[in-house]
Design a protein around this ligand. Sequence first.
Ligand code: PLP
Length: 262
Amino acid sequence: MERIPRALTIAGSDPSGGAGLQADLKTFTALGVYGMSAVTSVTVQNTERVVYAKELPPELVYDQIKVVAEDIGIDAAKTGMLSGEEVILAVAKAVRDFKIDRLIVDTVLRSKSGYSLLKDEAIRVLVKELFPHALLITPNIPEAEVLCGDRLVKLRDIELCAKKLLSMGPRGVLIKGGHMEGDKAIDVLYTGGDEFHYFVGDRVRTKNLHGTGCTLSAAITALLAKGYEFYEAIKKAKDYVQGAIENSLPLGKGHGPLNHMW
Ligand code: PLP
């Protein structure tokens, strides 16, 4: 049998199954990749809100990555909710020790309901310790605004912020336009030079968008694990997420999850 591609998510747990490592594992499976998970934090949340979260000890996070890296192997990995500084340091050490070279850093800062998923004082550590190891970082507009320290109103503001973020060390920056006004959502990809790539999608009018960011970064990770080229992996991942949103599920009283089985 041909070897199945292997992807790891380093992320928080969402018991409602819509976001976090549960969304990532569903995405990996839907895209034909073997999924593994290293838990960083256990959240108590449903489709309405995050009630609270408990961060795991950093050595526990490091050891989860270690055992799967040494045994099964990792073709690509992503980070999601990292919670705090100590966990980031443990993840950065594991990324170096186990030479994880296809790493997607999803810059998770806050849930849609406003709960902090990364302590403010840890943002600096995320930038310093993980950005230089990332093949791609995937902030949405509110996250990019925090990271760049600027308001992003026009497309030009987003492009300038992408340039600034690239200078912080990742090899690519994808600023997601889901929070823009209007009927189209434009994601801006920047990998250096004078050129920007734009991914334009039709906005789907639904409130069931829980875990959209997690799903996109997981899909990119899965497709990179399968050997797709960088640009192709992002393009296909965008198509995957568009389908999962168009078929998203009216479950729960709040923001329902995406559908990985349409
Ligand atoms: N919970 C966890 C564990 C997450 O990693 C994330 C996002 O990355 C969320 C919740 C937020 O999901 P959403 O903003 O789509 O509600």
